[in-house]
Design a protein around this ligand. Sequence first.
Ligand code: NAP
Length: 475
Amino acid sequence: MRQQTKHFINGEWLESTGSETIDVINPATEEVIGTISSGTEEDLNKAVKAARQAFPSFSKSTKEERIHWLENIVEGYEARKEELVNIMTDELGAPLTVSEDVHYQMGIGHFKQAAESLSTYSFEEERGGHTLMKESVGVSGLITPWNFPTNQVSTKIASAIAAGSPVVLKPASKTPFAAMILAEIIAEAGVPKGAFNLVNGSGSVIGNGISKHPDIDFVSFTGSGSVGEKIMQNAAPTIKKVALELGGKSPIVVLGDADVEEAAKTALSNIMTNTGQVCSAGTRVIVPHAMKKEFEDKIVDLLPTFPVGDPRKEGIATGPLVSKDQWDTVQSYIEKGENEAKMLVGGTGKPEGLETGYYAKPTIFTDVSNDAVIAQEEIFGPVTTIIAYEDLEEAIDIANDTVYGLAGFVVGKNPETLQYVASNLRAGRITVNNAETDFNGPFGGYKQSGIGREWGDFGIEEYLEIKSVHGMPAS
Ligand code: NAP
């Protein structure tokens, strides 16, 4: 049992000023694996004060100092690999291989990328009539979700350090322990005290407090659209800069010349990796009418290649959902889907033999109309929808007919058609034929998927203000 009831404030682990705690549950066993503090406004105020005090010197730190801290973090992160991998399996329910190959790797990728981006980044530029300066945005408040415990936290912290912005982080209370290990790594990396602070607690107290705080200049939030909306409202009275990374209902456009097996694998990996709890997951598979039957048969055939089960068991691809609430939500969407479309496989309830743990049955619906609830709302579980199209223009219309615009996928062969579809999808990240992730590629959404971009140089710019100086004397 982890009893980690302290917050990291001004370079020290401090007891909370309150006595309330939050239990952290292993979703595979339904057992409590630890406890954190439910932080108070007083805890938050202390952390914001520390960040404000750190601002004058941290914001003037040199590029070399920032690169040095980022590289030290990479070293510390590597040294604690086993611990990070294990805790993410316990708090999130990710299979060990997913914790290592996806979560661990994404976390470290952002620190490496930030150091690399910084090495060539220019904070000052002569532009003819003026000098352009890019300066730290001020104190940043970071609020993160549970579905990628290191990735979400790392991309924000790495960019903030690169930009010289002191931060106050509130990790998701369902998965706080990976972030707490990261806090220890950051402290050991020599990052100045007060530049990184972590306060645990509920969204309603600490998250809400961050988005309203008059001494926080910028809020970077990743999570649901409904909370994103509240954050914008809370930030309005102090005209706070806000970046929002929200949900999605991303399309996978399968072209007529696609390899059906490749397309089916793409569709499955989108809902089975991280148990479908991925904001950018492609959950509307848009296939040509002529291919639909073959595609349906292939996806059902290939489903057993993603075994569901105990995340600590070898060979398991998909673990449980993160919580009972998330399990209930997924069940209610499967129920809705049964009335809206044809179910090929899956259904409500738990998979056989997995009665303990928040396991859901992978569920595939076909003959789905794009205006069905299951095609329009984010389910955040191992559920997908197959939608048929006649011609490419119809496929693109269906793909874009959503309030979201976080990601899109295209599978096929003809280069011109792939380019045409990629350039006509209204979304912030398009992946063609399962291309590898580039950590310098900006990540963020169009429409209701958010405001702003994370990752790489665009991510760093979120934490910068722009100043134009006219008549700067030459030095
Ligand atoms: P969530 O309920 O919105 O929570 C996200 C974070 O906000 C948590 O730390 C939560 O705290 C906090 N929070 C809750 N209420 C708050 C409030 N009133 N004010 C301020 N903060 C508050 O989302 P989630 O269930 O954790 O994550 C799933 C959602 O995140 C999905 O919609 C997914 O698509 C989205 N997401 C988006 C991206 C992206 O990059 N676009 C990436 C990952 C996830 P507690 O939970 O600790 O109370």
